[in-house]
Design a protein around this ligand. Structure first.
Ligand code: SF4
Length: 482
């Protein structure tokens, strides 16, 4: 797998809670799959923002000492982040906290603006000085500028949204309010829930609501902003919908790969969507085989679906070492290969002498697939029929997912038969593009990395080149790690 996670956002608001930082920490644990580079928590202690953030996994950054050092409060937000090399500087770690003329603002962002360069240029030409390379700081600036001429923070945010393009799911805090909002196209998920003590929880995925005992209330609509008041704990949030109602395009890849299978996004179970993908693959690309196995974790649900539809027994063919980071963390090609072997172990008794249908979620460069297939061969698999629960990756993403550039995407240059040959599979089948609707149950969605149709536009030429160049130079980065 070579598409990198985006980010995860989380927030809690309610009565004064001495353990609020710990609860945000639990939420971030549940969202760790969305970003493993850095994380942070900001607690609102009666209008004073106290934060701790650093590089590392949630468990590394938040020891008992760090959690004890954070105060209690009525509101807190947190963030887990993935970032590329250049975009991973300490100044980009979130949540971001800014002080402005009318108070403080803390903000956590999942997504990627497509017009961040234009906005940043405009702001810099009017005197703004940036401290990070992240588009999240651009969002902070846009909001705080609007705040100067707005009667309230919610009015300022709604005005700023008129200028923002691209993907942004945000959780933010002022001194007395917690705001959650989703961009008008709904690229990235965001939902909220309620706990028995009356507090509300906002999270990128519903699995993080479960982690802190909150019952799911609903997803935010694309374009919707919810405002929770710390002065009225337990009161239902106010919903602002002036940016709702346009064409929406949630990211289809959340269902295929990013989200956890126990999450439900926009009313659709991620696990069920993956099972359907497996069933479709079994119908479209049947194989004469003895066992079906999935590449953990995101290939497992689809493998169950393939087995159920085909009648071929499902088996655990690969075991994942949960204590090893994901393969893309390795900085060099050589190290990546080693990590695949350390991370995944074949179950010899299942594979030896068998014809295997192997299900994985995607192929990016082909390097990881080749390594996995070679592991199965070493374990004695007689035939390997690889089935991929997504269409071929052919295009980059501008909405918060770090997908390799086009020249590195193996499917942008080769047919399925050629790829099968290159990675050593006996056959290869991708989920058909036209099956994405059946797989997800969504009627409208973004699938631009597969079909090149960008529903939210792309950074305008010639700035597109400059956008990509600055990304690669690490001079700009999205909260999604671009
Ligand atoms: Fe998701 Fe792909 Fe669209 Fe990016 S381009 S938002 S990864 S479907």
């Amino acid at each position: 797998m070579g598409a990198h996670e985006e980010c995860g956002v989380f927030g809690v608001v309610g009565n004064v809670n001495p353990a609020i930082a710990r609860e945000v920490c639990y939420g971030l644990y549940a969202l760790q799959h969305r970003g493993q580079e850095s994380c942070g928590i900001v607690v609102n202690d009666d209008g004073v923002f106290i934060s701790h953030k650093d590089r590392g996994l949630v468990g590394e950054v938040f020891s008992e000492n760090e959690l004890h050092a954070l105060p209690g409060g009525r509101m807190a937000i947190g963030h887990v982040r993935y970032g590329t090399t250049g975009g991973s500087s300490r100044s980009n770690i979130q949540p971001m906290v800014v002080a402005h003329q009318k108070g403080n603002l803390a903000l956590a962002h999942n997504g990627n603006l497509t017009n961040s360069l234009e906005l940043r240029d405009r702001l810099e030409l009017s005197g703004a000085i940036f401290h990070s390379t992240s588009d999240t700081e651009t969002i902070c600036y846009m909001i705080t500028r609007e705040r100067l001429r707005s009667a309230s923070i919610e009015e300022a945010v709604l005005r700023a949204m008129r200028s923002l393009r691209g993907a942004y799911s945000l959780v933010m805090m002022s001194a007395t309010k917690l705001l959650a909002l989703r961009d008008p196209m709904g690229f990235r998920p965001l939902c909220y829930g309620k706990r028995e003590d009356g507090s509300f929880v906002i999270a990128s995925e519903s699995c993080a609501l479960d982690a802190v005992g909150a019952s799911f209330e609903r997803d935010l609509e694309p374009g919707e902003m919810l405002v929770f008041s710390a002065d009225a704990p337990g009161a239902e949030p106010l919903s602002y919908r002036e940016h709702c109602g346009g064409a929406s395009s949630p990211c289809i890849f959340e269902y295929i790969y990013f989200a956890r299978p126990d999450s439900v996004i926009d009313g659709i179970s991620v696990h069920e969507a993956r099972v359907r993908a497996g069933r479709i693959l079994a119908r479209e690309f049947p194989a004469e085989a003895d066992v079906v196995a999935g590449v953990p974790d995101s290939g497992l649900s689809a493998a169950i679906g393939y087995a159920a539809e085909s009648g071929i027994p499902y088996e655990i063919g690969l075991v994942k070492n949960k204590y090893v980071g994901r393969s893309f963390i390795a900085p060099s090609q050589g190290e990546r290969s080693d990590t695949v072997r350390i991370k995944l172990s074949p179950v010899h008794s299942v594979l030896a002498g068998k014809r295997v249908v192997l299900i994985d979620d995607s192929i990016v460069r082909g390097t990881t697939s080749r390594r996995i297939i070679s592991l199965l061969r070493e374990a004695g698999a007689r035939e390997i029929h690889l089935r991929i629960s997504s269409p071929p990756f052919r295009h980059p993403c501008y909405y918060g997912v770090d997908i390799d550039s086009e020249e590195h995407l193996i499917a942008s240059r080769h047919t399925a038969a050629e790829i099968a040959d290159m990675i050593g599979a006996d056959s290869l089948g991708f989920l058909p593009l036209e099956s994405l609707e059946e797989m997800s149950g969504c009627r409208a969605f973004c699938s631009a990395c597969f079909d090149g149709r960008y529903p939210g536009g792309v950074p305008a030429d010639p700035r597109k080149d400059r956008f990509e160049r600055r990304l690669s130079e690490g001079k700009l980065s999205g909260a999604g790690g671009r």
